[in-house]
Design a protein around this ligand. Structure first.
Ligand code: DHK
Length: 148
């Protein structure tokens, strides 16, 4: 069974209470449950992790080199700042799909730049919690294409 790591970065533990006009009312636990459900229906093994610490996210990406076949990553604000996360992704052969709940390109200019995008398979932004399911489907399509 393919394995996916669902990795969430800073402030995403505040979903539900955090700026609901931007991020909605759905909590991270509820998003993880949706992903778990979707994954179970498509025979994907899921691990979830959230951290507010850049180093912990980097460690998780390194670990995923041996424990996952793909990563769904919402790096939160580190998306726009972290060369270290960029380098961590580049250091592993695991495909990464970048996800954002909000459409970062329709927001402040500082959110338009992603350090993740150049080393990601692709980016999904603006579809709320559904984006995580789309990202998992993108990984599934990638695995199917790589298997042929
Ligand atoms: C989440 C964050 O925490 C922000 O820093 C990003 C992203 C956008 C999201 O839309 O999921 O800019």
């Amino acid at each position: 069974m393919p394995r996916a790591l669902i990795l969430n970065g800073p402030n995403l533990n505040r979903l539900g209470q955090r700026e609901p006009g931007v991020y909605g009312r759905v909590t991270l636990a509820e998003i993880e449950a949706l992903v778990r459900d979707h994954a179970a229906r498509h025979d994907v093994d899921i691990e979830t992790l959230q951290s507010n610490h850049e180093g912990a996210l980097i460690d998780a990406i390194h670990r995923a080199a041996d424990t996952a076949d793909g990563i769904v990553l919402n790096a939160g604000a580190y998306t726009h700042t972290s060369v270290a996360l960029h380098d961590a992704i580049a250091s592993v052969a695991v495909p990464v799909v970048e996800v954002h709940l909000s459409n970062i390109h329709a927001r402040e200019a500082f959110r338009h730049r992603s350090f993740i995008a150049p080393v990601a398979l692709g980016q999904i932004a603006g579809f709320g919690p559904q984006g995580y399911l789309l990202a998992l489907d993108a990984l599934r399509a990638h695995w199917a294409a790589s298997a042929t």
